[in-house]
Design a protein around this ligand. Structure first.
Ligand code: ADP
Ligand code: MG
Length: 350
């Protein structure tokens, strides 16, 4: 196991800037999740760490080694992909043993390591099967097993659950975390699913357009997003973002016709701003944002109410079971200590 450090990394493919100056440290034994929209550079960053792409500028360190000039097989890293192809004509055992055989391990060593990995993943009963005789979830476990047997210093997962259905994904998330709890191998896990990132990560790194927007625990990112991008990306349904201006007292925001005090907060009066409120932090009230209901969706315990306001559209997630219909005019009150204010120009939290 080892710490992983990325310093000032850039990568361009011709004119395409895939990564534009990324710094990141992943602690020994940490489970770090990289999340961001498609095309933001997640896979490229993993491939740079693995040595599958050449870095344009910057350094990657694994433990005390600068690995920039090391070939992929010398970096002691194992990678698992979403569509990990198994060798179709080889049984599970042989698929898991393949890399070890290439690395010159002897028969006893291979038996022991594959046996251990199969036990950890609960695959012992399936070692004599061919890939086509396995479910999608089991195939993905075999791909993970193939990575584990090598006992690498670092695991890189590139959206490993993307090909599985929702139920299996949920189960595999738990299994991968459980596996990490036992092995404690430093891991970077890429996903474009923010809910997956929130449930799995010790620490989340939010990427966008080849840069890191924010790094923090799932709770940090939910409670204190650093900018409007992270605010909109983490959480579902997404945080509402309304046109606003900092009030003349510098301790409130004016949105449309309402003035809403923001507790324990100060900003220059008159600043053009964005008020962020999560759907779950809005309630029916007398003081607040006047809206007109456009859509009502019952989702089990809660009701999602989509509305129009003079400051832009918004969605409320309400607990109370009041019958609402499109066209109704209601007032939504933001929970005072759950409001976020961002500068309208820079998008940064203020
Ligand atoms: N081999 C390549 N040649 C040219 N452009 C590439 C190559 N690989 C990735 N890119 C570009 O780099 C950007 C980041 O891609 P990628 O790392 O695959 O994003 P993600 O994994 O977050 O979806 C995209 O604009 C993509 O088109
Ligand atoms: Mg990718």
């Amino acid at each position: 196991m080892a710490e992983l450090r990325i310093e000032g990394v850039h990568k361009h493919f011709g004119d395409t800037r895939a990564i534009s100056g990324v710094d990141l440290s992943v602690g020994d034994g940490e489970f770090c999740v990289l999340v961001g929209p498609s095309g933001c550079g997640k896979s490229t960053l993993l491939r740079l760490i693995a040595g599958l792409e050449e870095i344009s500028q910057g350094h990657v360190w694994i433990g005390s080694r600068d690995v920039n000039d090391l070939a992929p097989k010398e970096r002691d890293i194992a990678m698992v992909f979403g569509n990990s192809a198994l060798y179709p004509h080889m049984k599970v055992f042989a698929n898991m043993a393949f890399g070890l055989g290439l690395a010159g391990a002897d028969r006893a060593e291979i038996d022991a390591r594959v046996g251990d990995a199969a036990r950890v993943l609960d695959l012992s009963q399936l070692l004599e099967r061919l890939p086509r005789q396995l479910s999608g979830g089991h195939r993905q476990q075999v791909a993970i097993g193939r990575a584990i047997v090598r006992k690498p210093q670092v695991f890189l997962f590139d959206d490993p659950l993307s090909s599985l259905d929702a139920k299996l994904r949920a189960r595999m998330r738990v299994e991968i975390r459980e596996l990490h709890r036992r092995l404690k191998t430093t891991s970077i896990y890429v996903t474009s699913d923010q809910a997956e990132a929130m449930t799995m990560a010790d620490r989340i790194v939010v990427m966008h357009g080849g840069i890191v927007e924010q790094t923090g625990s799932p709770r940090d990112l939910y409670d204190r997003p650093a900018n409007t991008f992270v605010a909109g990306y983490i959480g579902s349904p997404a945080m509402n973002q309304l046109r606003a201006r900092v009030g003349i007292d510098g301790a409130s925001v004016d949105i449309a016709e309402a003035t809403i005090p923001v507790p324990d907060w100060h900003a220059p009066p008159g600043t053009e701003a964005v008020l962020g409120v999560r759907p779950e932090h809005l309630a029916l009230g007398d003081d607040g944002i006047r809206v007109q209901v456009s859509l009502v969706e019952a989702i089990g315990a809660d009701t999602l109410v989509s509305c129009e306001s003079a400051a832009g559209p918004l969605v409320a997630r309400l607990r109370e079971r009041r019958a609402l219909r499109p066209g109704d005019r209601i007032t939504l009150a933001p929970r005072p200590r759950a409001m976020h204010v961002f500068d309208a120009d820079s998008g940064k939290r203020i």
